[in-house]
Design a protein around this ligand. Structure first.
Ligand SMILES: C[S@@+](CC[C@H](N)C(=O)[O-])C[C@H]1O[C@@H](n2cnc3c(N)ncnc32)[C@H](O)[C@@H]1O
Length: 256
């Protein structure tokens, strides 16, 4: 094959937040410019069922920590830790929550979590991150490594694996490659199970995503779509982002 052949979709720069941190709407939620997320309400219910006073909770891929605003309903003094790979969000979070002694943040990546966090948290959760990553093996390992009792993950799961890229627009880099995309990967139940079982013989449960479609659609305004083209909406009983059906599930892994 000629060396000059260009594969239009071969740009591998998937780190959208590093390129443009305004792509994430967490700060808007903290500033009350956007409402509480449906996923934030559901993870609060899932954790409440398993929570005991004094538990340490880690939100990996927390953005600016907006899920804390829901979790504090469980316990006003809940020990909340937020990790995210994007410095801007963590810097914002540290300032925003500086008066909350029970809330801590650190810049950490799912691909290279510091060993000092091994087995440091009773419950670890990770919402809406894995489907945007090029591989989930190391992230799964680190999430489980950090957890003592439960590891809870919200991501796209279906009968079949479907690895996809959603292009925000047709912009190209100097090489002529389309380069403005987010990954939107769905993994099959069986592949997720297999990947987790490779790490350890844990009990795994899948729970349906529960949400109010009207609330999701309320955020789907012309202004927001212009800024965030991958925004989800609810149509005929299914959630859609761009042109792909999003089948969110909660994966609950019992560690001990
Ligand atoms: C779609 S947002 C989800 C934010 C929040 N968890 C939620 O559900 O609203 C994805 C977040 O994952 C973070 N992220 C991306 N790659 C990461 C990595 N390797 N390790 C940790 N966080 C990462 C991004 O910076 C971003 O804040």
């Amino acid at each position: 094959m000629s060396k000059k052949t260009i594969f239009e979709d071969r740009n591998n720069d998937w780190e959208i937040w590093r390129k443009n941190s305004s792509i994430e709407r967490s700060i808007k939620r903290l500033k009350k410019q956007l409402p509480e997320m449906e996923a934030s309400k559901q993870v609060t219910k899932i954790i409440k069922k398993r929570y005991k006073k004094g538990y340490k909770i880690l939100d990996f891929g927390c953005a600016a920590g907006h899920f804390y605003q829901s979790l504090r309903r469980i316990d006003n003094k809940i020990n909340y830790f937020g990790f995210d790979a994007t410095k801007n969000y963590i810097n914002f979070a540290k300032k925003f929550f500086k008066k909350n002694e029970n809330v801590k943040f650190d810049v950490q990546s799912l691909f290279s979590m510091s060993k000092k966090y091994n087995k440091k948290f009773d419950i670890v959760f990770c919402s809406n991150v894995l489907h945007h990553l090029p591989s989930i093996d190391i992230p799964l390992k680190n999430l489980i490594k950090a957890s003592k009792k439960y590891c809870i993950i919200r991501t796209l799961v279906s009968d079949n694996t479907h690895l996809a890229r959603f292009y925000y627009n047709d912009s190209m880099n100097k090489k002529g490659e389309l380069n403005n995309f987010q990954l939107q990967n769905t993994y099959s139940y069986s592949l997720i199970r297999k990947k987790i079982k490779k790490i350890g013989n844990y009990k795994i449960k899948f729970e349906d995503d529960v949400f109010d479609g009207k609330k999701i659609n309320k955020e789907y305004t012309k202004k927001e779509i212009k800024k965030y083209p991958g925004l989800t909406r609810f149509v005929d009983g299914v959630q859609i982002a761009g042109s792909k059906v999003f089948e969110f599930k909660w994966i609950i892994i019992k560690i001990k």
